[in-house]
Design a protein around this ligand. Structure first.
Ligand SMILES: C[S@@+](CC[C@H](N)C(=O)[O-])C[C@H]1O[C@@H](n2cnc3c(N)ncnc32)[C@H](O)[C@@H]1O
Length: 231
């Protein structure tokens, strides 16, 4: 199945509402566990001098989990969709009243337009994280361009995303499974995302071409991959 790109930003109100209503916590918690294990194995302890950036943070699902897992570390969620950031900010406002996520902030910005110097000059980024962002990026070259632009030599990257199914039949089966749990708007978005996703070999080829010897890509399951390491 050939890749069919989808729009980068999720700006439609109905789309954002459907996304926010869904529970993706299982996959999200697995990403947090993966990051925690990586840091543990490599004897890395995060402190208040570190900064975690969640790219394409949407309504803040992963940003909130990062903030909770590392309460002493500043966490910044970045998304180019005003609708998504509005949702994220509204959740944050309610949570800060009850003293939750005090280390978390959001920024509405398109990652195609930001550079590490402009935005993150206060601190260097320690962890650069994303979940379900890569398939939105119209070309895999651009994804690597963005993360290289935002990373320094210490930055550890963790980016999880869908894997494009091997054929249309598999994609349709996954769409049907999704429709049993989620709304039609979300199901259609998920199907578009499946078709827009990359495969492990496509990401791996780019890693080799760019000589990113400290980057890896693994298939976490048949449906998800994780790109991680230093650029
Ligand atoms: C599928 S959502 C994932 C949201 C969140 N990471 C999560 O795990 O729930 C992808 C998000 O990436 C954002 N996005 C896509 N391309 C972007 C870009 N170029 N700059 C900033 N945000 C972008 C979209 O607006 C959308 O909110």
């Amino acid at each position: 199945m050939d890749r069919e790109p989808e729009p980068e930003l999720m700006n439609k109100k109905s789309q954002v509402k459907a996304y926010c209503a869904a529970d993706f916590s299982l996959g999200e918690n697995n990403l947090i566990k993966f990051i925690s294990n990586y840091l543990k194995i490599n004897n890395i302890n995060l402190s208040k001098n570190d900064l975690i950036v969640d790219l394409g943070c949407g309504p803040g699902n992963i940003s909130e989990k990062l903030s909770e897992r590392w309460p002493d570390v500043n966490v910044l969620g970045v998304d180019g969709s005003q609708e998504m950031i509005r949702e994220a900010e509204s959740r944050l406002f309610k949570n800060k009243i009850v003293n939750k996520y005090r280390n978390l902030n959001y920024l509405c910005s398109d990652i195609r337009k930001i550079s590490s110097h402009e935005i993150f000059s206060r601190k260097k980024i320690t962890l650069l994280v994303s979940n379900s962002l890569i398939h939105h990026i119209n070309h895999i070259d651009n994804f690597f361009k963005f993360i290289i632009n935002l990373s320094n030599k210490e930055t550890i990257n963790f980016h999880k995303d869908l894997i494009r199914p091997k054929d249309q039949e598999t994609a349709l089966k996954l769409r049907d499974k999704c429709s049993q749990k989620f709304s039609s708007i979300l199901t259609n978005d998920y199907y578009a995302s499946l078709k827009a996703s990359y495969r492990k070999n496509e990401v791996q080829e780019k890693i080799l071409e760019l000589n990113l010897n400290s980057m890896n890509v693994i298939e976490e399951t048949k449906e998800y991959l994780i790109v991680y390491g230093k650029v």
